[in-house]
Design a protein around this ligand. Structure first.
Ligand code: PBG
Length: 330
């Protein structure tokens, strides 16, 4: 682009001189329509537990969900995402609790649909909340098996959809899962259920606080590098997305968020599909703690969310969703 003239006839500061003109020329913005709220559920009754690793974020027992669902509905948040804190006693080597129609996720879906049938519900498809070893798939001889895992995942997806889930979000990173799940949903006459693929999900250190929140952290830190993406790569994300689109994804997701803005941008440049981003637990906790310590101004949250919009994201999964939605509606 050729810029005619230059200083002193051109002064870019003129368009920044006051709030009204900055509002007129803004290129990006955030609204409540862009927000997806993650919600943690736990066993028991009458429980609202502060999560140690995530200040200001709670686990709710199913009977207490109206507490947070009503706030989300009032704030007009379009979609919520459910994550279960499965008790140790219900975890096993195969993650069989994933297929129990009375597991926490299934109970939560039914409850939320009763509280507010209008709010969208998304659920994760992966085995890590249910396996004793914390991996997202079935293990044999220390290997996470791909095709054997797909069979369980497709049953898990069908079950969640039958319970009333609107958006199925496979976060397991097995090859071929989108196609297999789409087929299973269609076969069970669940044709309107959408698929949000965690297409570019990186093996990241930023998931630490989440693993504590759902109780999947292990004594010896586990490594998911044989299935989640290598953070040194970005072209590979394009291949992942291309395959998922072909297999039937309705939207694709990049995760984590802030360290991967370039990935969001290049997916958006290559495919005209809605791209979502997950601002994960580690990002949340860092920003939240820094604000708590007075190191960062509260506006850092909006700045981080707008950076996702700038890079091309349509919607953002963020633990800040409730706070920000409230702020935006004022
Ligand atoms: C599990 C899953 C993870 C997150 C969402 N779904 C963790 C992982 O892959 O280990 C992370 C979310 C966060 O850190 O906020 N498949």
């Amino acid at each position: 682009m050729k810029i005619l003239g230059g200083y002193p006839s051109l002064r870019l500061r003129r368009n920044r001189k006051s709030a009204w003109v900055r509002r007129l020329v803004e290129e990006n913005n955030i609204s409540v329509n862009d927000l997806i709220l993650p919600i943690f559920v736990t066993e028991g009754k009458n429980k609202v537990q502060q999560i140690k690793t995530m200040p200001g974020i709670y686990r709710y027992s199913v009977d207490k969900l109206s507490n947070v669902i009503n706030r989300a509905s009032k704030a007009n948040i379009p979609l919520i995402a459910i994550f279960p804190n499965t008790p140790k006693s219900k975890k096993d080597f195969y993650g069989s609790e994933a297929l129990n129609e009375n597991n926490l996720v299934c109970k939560a879906i039914r409850k939320i649909k009763k509280i507010n049938p209008e709010i969208g519900i998304m659920t994760d498809v992966a085995l890590d909340p249910y396996t004793s070893h914390g991996h997202d798939g079935i293990i044999k001889k220390k290997k996470v098996l791909n095709d054997e895992t797909l069979e369980i995942l497709s049953k898990q997806a069908v079950l969640q959809a039958q319970m009333g889930c609107d958006v199925i979000a496979p976060s397991d990173m097995m090859d071929g899962r989108i196609g297999v799940i789409r087929k299973a949903l269609d076969k069970n006459n669940l044709k309107d259920v959408q698929l949000l693929s965690y297409s570019a999900k990186y093996a990241s250190s930023f998931y630490g606080p989440f693993r504590n929140a759902i109780g999947s952290s292990q004594k010896n830190k586990i490594n998911k590098k044989t299935y989640q993406m290598d953070y040194r790569n970005s072209n590979e994300a394009i291949r992942e997305v291309a395959l998922d689109i072909k297999e039937g994804a309705d939207f694709v997701m990049v995760k984590p968020g802030l360290p991967y803005l370039d990935v969001i941008k290049s997916i958006k440049d290559n495919f005209k599909i809605p791209v979502f981003v997950y601002q994960v637990s580690g990002e949340y906790s860092m920003i939240k703690n820094a604000i708590g310590n007075g190191l960062l101004d509260k506006e850092a949250v909006i700045e981080s969310l707008i950076s996702f919009k700038r890079s091309g994201a349509s919607a953002i999964v963020t633990y800040f969703a409730l706070d920000i939605a409230k702020k935006l509606s004022n």
